[in-house]
Design a binder for this molecule. Sequence first.
Ligand code: EPU
Length: 427
Amino acid sequence: MQYPVYLQLSGTENVYAIQGPDRFWECTPLGAQTLCHDVLATTWPERQRILDMVADDGPWERIDRAAFEAQWNKGNCNMESTAIPLDVLEHVELAQYTTFGIEAKARWFAEVTSVDGLRAALDWSRSHGVEVFVLGGGSNMLLHGDVEALVLRIQIRGVEVRSDDGRHVEVAVGAGEVWHDFVMHTLDQGWGGLENLSLIPGSVGASPMQNIGAYGVEIRDHFAWLDAVRISDGSLQRFMAEDCAFGYRESVFKREEKGKWILVRVAFHLDRESPLRMGYGAIEQELQHIPEAERTHRDVSEAVIRIRQSKLPDPAQIGNAGSFFKNPTIPAKQAEALLATHPNMPNYPQPSGEVKLAAGWLIEQAGWKGHNRATHGVHDRQALVLVHFGGATGKEVWDLAQDVMKSVKAQFGVSLEPEVNQVGLQD
Ligand code: EPU
């Protein structure tokens, strides 16, 4: 038998982690508390309990480590001797953990469900002289090869209401929660603000890294603060909005502080009466069948979901990482010259005086939309998205990205920049 084995007593919230033939941990809720025990079972009847628990016909069901830890973390279980041991796996395939689905292996791999678990992983990496690499929702990265590091999958969960005055809510969320599930939860509670950001793939912890945005809203519009653990020493620090230096798909965590922090919790300001944002053309169009006064946050969310589903490939079906490129910003003079020859070119003048262009339009005009290289290509409904049908390497996808960038540069004189993080890119 492979230990640990995680179990739940059917019909109860009692969970167990069998550590070996003569040791198990037990977590049992008692009123508002959860009690955790480390039970040495070298003698009868405790030894028999273990045999009963792992037998196939008992009332115990197998659960996964995350389900056990969720219960364990509720309890008062911080005794050093019973800290959840770090389960470091070797040579783990990462395709299933990234939305691009490119095959690449992690030399070492661990899942962490708490700040303490994360610190244990950082200690492990230091004592083994191995770097850590954080995999959030894996929705914004292209792996160029195997990752010679301890790859951490952050599974810190939980949604906590920090304050609620009847209208405004401050809510703190574990970095490992799935972003879209969290957005759906906020709408179930009647909290407005994040509806335009529905269906963005990835985890809550990844959302501030690149200040995710869609349909006229960015995370920074509702951001309260975040907690992050410093990789070098395991210390926990709170970052307020001004500390994060948010920009268009940018934050301090992609720039000055890159690779130094692991985000563990993100808090948002939400508002039951926040105004609906329908300025983005397609949303208004989608909502035309509902009289303006009757529209809800949920309606906007549903409109966004319909628009995204009609244009963007579902990573569960076709590997992709959303927009592969950023929309470029160019000097006004250059935009004027381009508009003289391409009067239909979408262009968005910026407060800075510069002009933002639609990379998807440029790529489509350069003839790449729907371009297919058998294992990968350019999405046929949104040229900004590179897609992986299966069997491509990160390098092959990157070669395509470079061909696209060169061709847009040659045709329009505009340099595109990838929005997706390139992991292990050899220069
Ligand atoms: N366009 C084309 N051809 C294409 C794609 C777009 O001509 O193949 C044109 C559209 O017709 C439109 C303009 O380009 O006039 C802008 O396109 P769209 O409204 O689809 O938005 P986008 O600028 O391409 C950005 C974000 C998306 C986000 C949408 C909606 C970036 C890099 N991308 O795309 O974000 O969902 O706006 O707000 O800023 C992501 O980051 O992964 C992502 C999908």
